[in-house]
Design a protein around this ligand. Sequence first.
Ligand code: BG6
Length: 517
Amino acid sequence: MNNKPDPCIVVLFGGTGDLAHRKLLPAIYNLHHDRLLPEHFAVCVYARRERNDLQYRNEMREFISQFSRQPVQADWEQLASRIFYVAGEFGDNAGHARLMARLAELDTQCGTRGNRLFYFAVASDFFVPLIQRLAGNGLLQRWQDPPAYDVATGRRALQAPWRRVVLEKPIGHDSVSARQLLTRVAEHAGESQVFRIDHYLGKETVQNIMALRFGNGIFEPLWNRNYVDHVQITVAEAEGIGNRAAYYERAGALRDVVQNHVLQLLCLVAMESPSSMHADDIRNEKVKILHGLRKMTAAQVAGNVVRGQYGPSADGKLPGYRQEQGVAADSATETFVALRCFVDTWRWADVPFLLRTGKRLPRRQTEISVHFRVPPLRLFDQAAAQESCIGNVLRIRIQPDEGLSLELAAKIPGAGMRLKNVAMDFLYERSFHLQTPEAYERLLLDAMLGDATLFPRDDEVLAQWQFIDSVLAGWHGLPLRCPNYFAGTWGPDDAARLLPPCTGGWHMESADMPGRR
Ligand code: BG6
């Protein structure tokens, strides 16, 4: 990337939280190390705990050493000297006055020209009060949308100094609360000023889905209901919920991961080609898919959705969800969900999209697999039937082992005519020999550049919720009978019934999957 952001201050609310420690500050360090930050730059943290600049910098150095993808080197000192800390309660006038004064000083001291990226790494209850206060103090003004475009480049014309906000999920709890939140944020920040994080979009492998589909000619003729039997998307996690019980108890797997990451992956697989790589052209196509995603009736939810909650592992070593710290002993929150859904467009009519996510599954792995129809004639003997029935599969490995593989049937050498699926493999690390940047590096940089391509637009977020609402309505009054899977397994057995017949099971579950290292 040769484009550097304008001089600016990243104003970080929640700078002493887990996200800041594990992701945001390490991302800023890596951007600094890779010389992608503007020369005139500062980070100003506003948080409740009492700290001075030096204490905060020292603490951050520890976290960055632990979580950064690149080791901390001598250039840390240069970045550290641009990190500042203002202590204050979120609702405290005096604290906000100190923040305003500090930001004004930093503009002079660091040459940041009044440009600010307000990053809200805080619970969503604080978004609106904080934004209102910033607006009340004159630190945030709404721009006119749509912004003027530069005729020559087609890019947004500069509005300086710029003020942008970055919001972490969750954006609401359902479509009603999401709409309220989006509306209240929009009173003070226009759409082009708001960057809603779905960190999956910042992953290189997720961006590569567009490269695969629209940078190659060979897939497009096959990428439709005539050739695709079904698509599977799995976001599997080996971890439990850690120390996030308070959030997760209210969210559950459907809201936590399906509403955002899984539906974004589905959009990228199913969308039509955008007419350009401009943010709105891409987002328009994604929104069409979300609108085409068939909402479910209560009966359809019963037939097409399986949910689960993990109990202790069979060997008793891993606790059940209800034994996790902060979780109610009778909690009915789902930690696993599998859905069969349909996208009602000409391209995808009647093609099942099988979506699945869960905590405490056997391993951390995110994968999309596109299963192509089997050949119309079985020419090969019964011994080969099992393999030839599975057909060609394109596996997009989002993480780990980032890459792609295409499974093809090949003759097993020797007498007779027996087939076996083999894989043609592409692995990022083998082809590029580069360390992949973390999602947050890309997203922070893009927010500073004002490029919204990798951030869901307000109508996308709402359309995602509208689909989720239909599932939640189907669950209403039907508490989950749980636990119904052992920690360390692939979720409730019932999830297998969602698959089309003769698919060989959910992808990733078979131990001898071609292409697995
Ligand atoms: C977050 C969810 O959005 O994504 C977490 O809140 C989940 O529950 C995480 O663990 C998964 O992200 P990744 O990048 O580790 O796959």
